[in-house]
Design a protein around this ligand. Structure first.
Ligand code: NAD
Ligand code: APR
Ligand code: ZN
Length: 242
């Protein structure tokens, strides 16, 4: 891996336009479970019973329990060093955009300015039936909408829903003009975010503790933890800058 680390540092410094794409594996080192690895949520919960529009419509209790549990878990978690390194690189002009499938808001919490949330945010809420914006407390209390009595939900993209148009189109345009796309901590199982890496003409790098059939076409594969890889690459970049 060490020569791959050196290569990635070189590519980052040489590239004109770099886009980062992250998934749940970017936040496991902040003690937030991912979905499909062995400690992931979907090992003991069927996603279709909690993370779909059908779940919101037909078994709100399960839906509400799943998201309020994740919100409470998030209260005790923080962005890790890897999130902060990406923000440092953004400030140094080494990367131009951070597109994420994560809903934890950690890239922005770490100070990211060009962060695009493809699957929305678990920290913001709306009424399923009208445009009223409730508070987190109202959602956690399982209140109904104060304006129309409708169900309250987090601003998370559920399976069966379209992605937020703005995040999707901005991410796509960054990817299209990138000469380097670095994909961190995602199994690339979920459409359409999974298609983004194929939409660049540039070099592609896959950083993941596991590899699967979806990543074989990448220019470079670094099989290690996001935090470790980002720290090692950053060390090389900092040395060169001196
Ligand atoms: P999907 O339902 O096809 O599932 C893809 C993978 O995720 C499968 O491995 C499946 O086992 C797993 N999965 C299924 N439901 C899940 C859930 N609720 N949570 C976690 N994993 C789940 O996913 P998809 O619907 O094909 O793609 C994700 C979303 O993107 C969809 O809701 C789709 O409507 C939306 N979409 C958006 C655009 C766009 O914005 N341009 C285009 C196409 C699809
Ligand atoms: N460093 C690098 N990779 C990691 C780490 C880590 N510390 N921890 C886990 N991973 C890897 C796992 O091996 C896995 O391949 O990150 C990947 C996480 O993949 P998923 O659990 O499938 O998460 P993600 O790809 O973000 O899921 C996409 O599915 O459930 C929906 O909407 C939800 O946004 C989510 C989408
Ligand atoms: Zn309402």
């Amino acid at each position: 891996n060490s020569e791959h680390i050196v290569t990635l540092a070189e590519w980052l410094q040489k590239s004109k336009h770099t886009t980062i794409l992250t998934g749940a594996g970017m936040s496991t080192e902040s003690n937030i479970p991912d979905f499909r690895s062995k400690e992931g949520w979907w090992n003991n919960i069927d996603p279709r019973t909690v993370a779909t529009t059908e779940a919101l419509d037909n078994h709100y209790d399960l839906f509400h329990e799943f998201y309020s549990m994740r919100i409470n878990l998030l209260e005790n978690c923080l962005p890790h060093r890897g999130h902060h390194i990406l923000v440092e690189w953004e400030q140094q002009g080494l990367i131009q955009a951070i597109c994420t499938q994560n809903v934890d808001g950690f890239h922005s919490a770490a100070g990211g300015q060009h962060v695009y949330e493809l699957h929305g945010s678990i920290n913001k809420f709306h009424c399923a039936d009208c445009s009223k914006i409730p508070s987190k407390e109202q959602f956690l209390n399982k209140d109904r909408c104060s304006q129309c009595g409708g169900k309250l939900r987090p601003n998370v993209v559920l399976f069966g829903e379209m992605l937020p148009e703005e995040s999707w189109s901005t991410s796509l345009s960054h990817i299209r003009k990138s000469d380097l796309v670095v994909v961190i901590g995602t199994s690339l199982e979920v459409y359409p975010a999974s298609q983004l890496p194929q939409m660049t003409e540039g070099k592609t790098v896959y950083i993941n503790t596991e590899t699967n059939g979806k990543n074989q076409d990448f220019s470079l594969i670094i099989q290690d933890k996001a935090g470790a890889v980002l720290a090692k690459v950053n060390e090389i970049i900092e040395k060169k800058e001196k």
